[in-house]
Ligand binder design. Structure first.
Ligand code: ATP
Ligand code: MG
Ligand code: MG
Ligand code: MG
Length: 482
């Protein structure tokens, strides 16, 4: 099955279980002071869970564009180094708003994976909440018993509060979750170490694919839990990971979601993929980031100097930097990946196709401006190197390196690389000290975004009502005051 068939099969499966298929909310969040980007499928339904709005249908399913680069969910540093965390990814989800609960949720997840997609039952694991003394909660026996219908007990794993109890914030709806993990190792490896030991252990081939959250409690202001009158189901499955499982690949980047993009990067940079660790990481980072940047621009968030715009600008610069450092790219090149991106995502997300011209233009301009920054930084660094050598020193002042980084946006890894070529190093302790001081200054500014949600206090909020395509090359993401 190719990616598009997999996505469609999820929708038609849940349609056959009377779910209404809804479209993805924008990845850029404009109506919530606590969240910059959608980081899970449930974000757009949080008012339903909170009881602030009535569900428009009891059962809903979709594929949601998510971004995990800030706040509680920040996977940025993993991206490219591992093969299954992305900045932007699609989350397939099904929801029950006070309708079905654990039995149907577990049975249908099992049916979809093993009967529709025909995943080998012997490589699947389910985790259940093991209970928690501090919360005065017992093990989730209900979920355990449902999984027992499908799995032997030794493949039902107990999970702690961190992995198997979901809360959106300090107050509000919450509940235990059950996750499905897949062991993709060879049979031989599986015999050596049981997969049960590797669940949730960051093993690159024993990966989590689906999280089924059972919202059954409300956490009150005093911290106590009360049972909710209406129980809900909220599930999220990583689409790129699922494609990897179905297509039997070693990495998400080897599926048809990413191959056209990786091939194009290989082509443009004249670098084979799969031959060298550092160039492979660079290529994965670029393949990942081009999606994030393009979808952000489509959803109305251009790179800029503050808030969400700055996050996007930094992601773009990160990709340019990897290209510069590891793939020898001295000219803008990312914008050339747009046709390949359209090949893999354009049909599923027509809003992307409509914006191709604008995205290309913005990315090219951003790249060129950052490359100029890099050129300035390099000439400053040349001077620093000369001075250090003239003084017969081997270590470059950490403050000077920090200034290059902080004021001129010159990346530390590049500074280090160039210094290494000149047999010099940075005084890392001094650098870290400056960095720490800077972080303290910035901390207060980003402190709010630590949870999936915080209750909305403002009444001046806006509701997303759709995309509007103008004849100019700009998409207007439409919001209505509510
Ligand atoms: P992980 O433990 O692998 O970081 P998670 O527990 O943080 O995943 P959830 O919040 O449970 O993830 O999200 C639901 C599903 O979304 C996960 O089971 C996984 O398949 C997928 N997912 C989560 N984060 C990412 C990511 N950064 N890139 C791709 N898929 C992801
Ligand atoms: Mg995670
Ligand atoms: Mg997890
Ligand atoms: Mg999870």
């Amino acid at each position: 099955m190719n990616a598009s068939e997999i996505r469609k099969s999820f929708w038609s499966f849940f349609e056959s279980k009377q779910h209404q298929i809804v479209s993805s909310a924008p990845m850029v969040v404009k109506n919530d002071p606590t969240l910059m980007f959608t980081n899970a499928g449930m974000n757009q339904f949080k008012d339903i869970f909170l009881g602030n709005s009535k569900p428009f249908a009891p059962r809903v399913a979709n594929s949601q564009k998510c971004l995990r680069v800030s706040g509680k969910h920040n996977d940025l540093e993993e991206v490219g180094r591992d093969t299954y965390h992305h900045t932007m990814f699609e989350m397939l989800g099904n929801w029950s708003f006070g309708d079905y609960f654990k039995e149907n949720a577990t049975n249908w997840a099992w049916e979809y994976l093993t009967e529709i997609l025909k995943i080998d039952k012997n490589i699947l694991y389910a985790s259940v909440f093991e209970g928690d003394k501090d919360m005065a909660l017992d093990k989730d026996m209900e979920a355990f018993n449902h999984w027992k219908q499908h799995l032997p007990e030794d493949r039902i794993i107990n999970g702690n509060r961190k992995d198997n109890f979901w809360e959106m914030g300090e107050m509000g709806p919450c509940g235990p979750c059950s996750e499905i993990h897949v062991d993709l190792r060879s049979e031989e490896e599986r015999k050596k170490v049981p997969g049960a030991q590797l669940v949730n252990a960051d093993h690159p081939e024993v990966i989590e694919v689906w999280n089924l959250v059972f919202i059954q409690y409300n956490r009150k202001a005093d911290g106590s839990l009360e049972a909710l009158p209406a129980k809900h189901v909220d599930t999220g499955m990583g689409f790129e990971r699922l494609c990897r499982v179905i297509q039997n690949k070693k990495s998400n980047y080897d599926t048809d979601v990413f191959v056209p993009i990786i091939n194009e990067i290989a082509n443009i940079t004249n670098t084979p993929y799969g031959k060298k660790e550092d160039t492979d990481i660079a290529m994965r980072v670029i393949a990942d980031h081009i999606r994030t940047i393009s979808f952000s621009i489509t959803d109305g968030q251009l790179p800029s100097n503050n808030k969400a715009g700055y996050v996007i600008r930094r992601i773009l610069r990160r990709a340019v930097r990897y290209g510069y450092t590891f793939l020898g790219q001295r000219q803008s090149f990312m914008y050339k990946l747009l046709p390949a991106l359209m090949n893999s995502m354009g049909d599923a997300y027509p809003e992307l196709k409509k914006q191709q011209e604008l995205i290309t233009k913005v990315i090219k301009e951003e790249e060129e401006s950052f490359l100029r920054t890099l050129a300035t930084g390099i000439s400053m660094l040349d001077k620093i190197i000369q001075q250090t050598k003239d003084g017969n020193y081997k270590v470059v002042d950490g403050k000077v390196a920090f200034e290059l980084y902080d004021t001129y946006g010159f990346p530390l890894d590049l500074t280090e690389l160039i210094l290494k070529e000149n047999d010099l190093v940075i005084n890392r302790r001094e650098f870290e000290k400056e960095m720490e001081a800077q972080k303290n200054r910035a901390r207060s500014a980003t402190a709010i975004e630590t949870e999936d949600w915080v209750l909305l206090m403002e009444d001046d909020v806006e509701e997303f009502i759709g995309y509007d395509y103008l004849e100019t090359d700009l998409t207007i993401v439409k919001y209505r005051k509510i």
